[in-house]
Write a protein that binds this ligand. Structure first.
Ligand SMILES: *Cc1c(COP(=O)(O)O)cnc(C)c1O
Length: 411
């Protein structure tokens, strides 16, 4: 008898195939990535690092991990890479534990303005509880205000500045962040979890020349397995020659035990795919699609936070449409359009019932959708939010549309 879990997976497979995956942090990993992930590498314990493991039997795990590292080093042109963090949050934790003592100061973007929980959100996250966290916010125009960041940094003297976003639709000026960090003598961490694929494609400024350390997830725009990497730049290593060692020790044994070599193998596969010209084309199309989607929505009277997008996502402020973000997201799901409710900057509503939605194009672009489809989707979103009873009808149309855009080698 088939284990019930496989019936559930089968249903989830259909759900992923028949809906529009528009949560900007989600994507479809390739068959090869999934194969590596589901491989027998998962049976092996490999505590330590290649050539310095605690257990025997590492001939091939060392090869796997070294290949992942060398591909990342080459793709990003960085000095050192750790591919062992279990996911983006533990990667950030490892960086903070590597660089800071308890109650030392970090400075990151406020959650409601587009930062991540791990960037110092107070009270309920390790980053805000264990460390002393100060945040910077976006201005009235929805944009990061670099002058403001500089003045906060001069006053607060953080030991670490975090430049990175989860729901911010504009280019992050890593060069300016670099200047500010230099001026106040702080380390600069660029967290590129969302935009890593765009950086590889050359459609977002790279932090490599400006940051000391870079963290990224591997499952978002990179299209790899759920995992993360920490990279030390040449600049970072020049500033602090012990940086690579500090990072490695913070990951293992500081924070984690055995690395997931099956995940690391899948990261290596994803990095191989991302090194190809085809991936660059993909990244460019992701941005073109998002830009078109934002234009169309704006044309239909939707307020895009900051007025538009330069990257793969947008946050829509729904207050003028008199509908809450959670209600809107639930309605859209009824039509097979899957987005997430999201806070808008300085939201007066709570995070579980925020005033906006966040949507993006990485997964739709993996399916081969282009501007024409974005125009159609924007229209559907407008119709559903104004006339909820139309959701069922549109769900049928969505099902028809996705038939023309099969997910590449999907089960
Ligand atoms: C997604 C994300 C993370 C966390 O990644 P998880 O794998 O969900 O732990 C960290 N930072 C940023 C900017 C992110 O977008």
């Amino acid at each position: 008898m088939v284990d019930e879990i496989f019936r559930i997976i089968e249903k989830e497979t259909v759900r992923q195939r028949e809906t529009l995956m528009m949560i900007p942090s989600e994507n479809y990993a390739s068959r090869k990535v999934l194969e590596a992930l589901g491989s027998i590498l998962q049976n092996k314990y490999a505590e330590g690092y290649p050539g310095r493991r605690y257990y025997q039997g590492q001939k091939f795990t060392d090869k796997v991990e070294n290949l992942a590292i060398s591909r990342a080093k080459k793709l990003f042109n960085v000095a050192h890479v750790n591919v062992q963090p279990y996911s983006g949050s533990p990667a950030n934790a490892a960086v903070y534990f590597a660089l800071l003592d308890r109650n030392e100061k970090i400075m990151g973007l406020d959650l409601s303005c587009g930062g991540h929980l791990t960037h110092g959100y107070p009270k309920i996250t390790f980053s805000g509880k264990y460390f002393n966290s100060v945040s910077y916010q976006t201005g009235k125009n929805g944009l990061i205000d670099y002058d403001e960041i500089e003045s906060i940094a001069l006053k607060e003297k953080p030991k670490l500045i975090i430049a990175g976003t989860t729901s911010y639709s504009r280019i992050v000026d890593f060069a300016r962040f670099g200047q500010i960090a230099n001026k106040v003598g702080a380390y600069l961490l660029a967290d590129i979890a969302h935009i890593v694929g765009l950086i590889i494609a050359g459609v977002h400024l790279s932090p490599v020349p400006y940051a000391d350390i870079i963290t990224t997830t591997t499952h978002k725009s990179l299209r790899g397995p759920r995992g993360a990497m920490i990279m030390v730049t040449k600049k970072g290593l020049k500033k602090d020659q012990g940086l690579s060692k500090k990072i490695d020790r913070a990951v293992f044994p500081g924070l984690q035990g055995g690395p997931h070599e099956n995940v690391i193998a899948a990261i290596a596969v994803a990095l191989g795919e991302a090194g190809k010209e085809k991936f660059k084309k993909y990244g460019r199309q992701v941005v073109k699609n998002a830009s078109r989607l934002a234009d169309e929505l704006a044309g239909l009277g939707f307020e895009i936070v900051s007025g538009g997008t330069d990257n793969h996502l947008m946050v829509v402020d729904l207050r003028n449409k008199r509908i809450g973000g959670k209600v809107a997201a639930e309605l859209l799901e009824k039509a097979g359009i899957v987005v997430n409710a999201n806070s808008i900057p300085h939201d007066s509503n709570p995070p579980l019932a925020p005033s906006g939605i966040r949507l993006g194009t990485p997964a739709l672009t993996t399916r081969g959708m282009e501007e024409k489809e974005m125009v159609q989707i924007a229209k559907w979103i407008d119709i559903i939010l104004a006339n909820p009873h139309q959701a069922v009808q549109i769900k049928k149309a969505v099902k028809e549309l996705v038939k023309n855009f099969p997910i590449p080698d999907f089960p």
